[in-house]
Design a binder for this molecule. Structure first.
Ligand SMILES: [Ca+2]
Ligand SMILES: [Ca+2]
Ligand SMILES: [Ca+2]
Length: 189
């Protein structure tokens, strides 16, 4: 009954949570970088809150400050970063990718649990190929009820640029609802 209640709650929260059209006025997808388009939060205290999944957002990191860095596997980055915040309403698996939309620079993507201090909860620098060379994704990340997660869109070296972040998942169900939940969770313990 507890999980059934959670599912209902998650379903209610998801209503009306579809991402608005985030393209800035006058912006044509695929055109060069548009600086100054700030949609993410500057740091964890000012993170943009994700109310429900699925979630997508587009922006540009170049006018932000460098607040964080994690090593996976490359160190010494001074790239500006933006922060999103998500508190799941149930245990579950989520999939986060920058390998989509208008992402056009050498990104790094990592997650903190509850506090934005090392060690990271999950981190990736380079995963994708083709048109998204050196771009990051985390598939999957196992989130647990009772924790808040901070998702940092960062870069390699001092790189910055346009990004699209896309987050989906089956969060809201119980471990028993997902036949792979136990085995995937074991990878992160
Ligand atoms: Ca940084
Ligand atoms: Ca920042
Ligand atoms: Ca990268």
């Amino acid at each position: 009954m507890r999980f059934a209640t959670l599912l209902v709650l998650c379903a209610v929260m998801a209503v009306g949570a579809n991402a608005d059209d985030k393209w800035p006025a006058g912006y044509v997808p695929g055109t060069p970088e548009y600086s100054g388009y700030r949609v993410g939060g500057e740091d964890c205290e000012n993170a943009v809150v994700i109310a429900a999944l699925p979630y997508t957002d587009t922006g540009n990191t170049c006018s932000f400050l460098h607040d964080y860095d994690e090593v996976c596997f490359y160190s010494g980055s001074l790239s500006p970063d933006v922060v999103y915040q998500y508190t799941p309403c149930g245990d579950g698996i989520v999939y986060m990718t920058l390998c989509t939309g208008i992402t056009d620079y050498d990104t790094k993507l990592y997650v903190y649990q509850d506090e934005c201090v090392p060690p990271f909860f999950a981190c990736n620098d380079d995963e994708c190929s083709g048109g998204f060379m050196f771009v990051s994704e985390l598939m999957p990340v196992v989130l647990e009820l009772g924790h808040t997660y901070y998702i940092i869109v960062d870069g390699y070296g001092s790189d910055c640029g346009n990004y699209t972040i896309d987050i989906t998942g089956d969060e809201g169900g119980s471990p028993a609802d997902s036949p792979t939940w136990g085995s995937i969770k074991a990878l992160f313990k």
